[in-house]
Design a protein around this ligand. Structure first.
Ligand SMILES: [Zn+2]
Ligand SMILES: [Zn+2]
Ligand SMILES: [Zn+2]
Length: 160
């Protein structure tokens, strides 16, 4: 974790080049940025939302499922890919915040759909301040937060 100057928001900015970031993270872990891994990062960057393995297969039909899954796990271990479990049949995958930028999720408890949402900087600062104040009472040193909202997506709400 890098040291942060006082007053700086504990949020991360997106990396300008996800491939360069992915390559350097894999290299640091002694892993190669193979064409299959590059294709996965390309698919996730292009999707611009969390996707399941079947979603990835329809975006990039050339990727074999078993290889894609192993590569997703390797990318996850290196901090390139973030896995989200919503309790449905399939886990969702997206680029890690260091590549994608800090954001939150709307998770539908009925169908398991998941969407990214971004809050404005002022709201993020208020959240960080409130959490830091609560953490301080326990002598806890906050580094970053992760906050997802559970509810019903618009189509499930319409069907309810
Ligand atoms: Zn839903
Ligand atoms: Zn996300
Ligand atoms: Zn946040």
């Amino acid at each position: 974790m890098d040291a942060r100057s006082e007053g700086e928001a504990v949020t991360s900015e997106a990396s300008s080049d996800p491939h360069a970031e992915a390559a350097s993270r894999l290299q640091a872990a002694g892993q190669r940025y193979t064409s299959g891994r590059r294709e996965l990062v390309e698919a996730l960057a292009g999707a611009a939302r969390p996707v399941t393995l079947p979603d990835i297969e329809s975006i990039a039909p050339g990727l074999a499922r078993s290889t894609a899954y192993r590569n997703l796990e390797a990318l996850e271990r290196c901090g390139v890919v973030h896995r989200l479990e919503t309790g449905g049949d399939h886990a969702y995958f997206e680029l890690a915040e260091s590549l994608l930028g800090h954001h939150h999720h709307l998770i539908c408890v009925t169908c398991g759909a998941i969407a990214d949402i971004e809050l404005d900087g002022e709201t993020e600062s208020r959240i960080d301040d409130s959490l830091a104040a609560a953490a301080r009472e326990s002598g806890f040193v906050p580094l970053h937060h992760s906050l997802d909202l559970y509810g019903r997506c618009s189509s499930c709400d319409a069907a309810a």
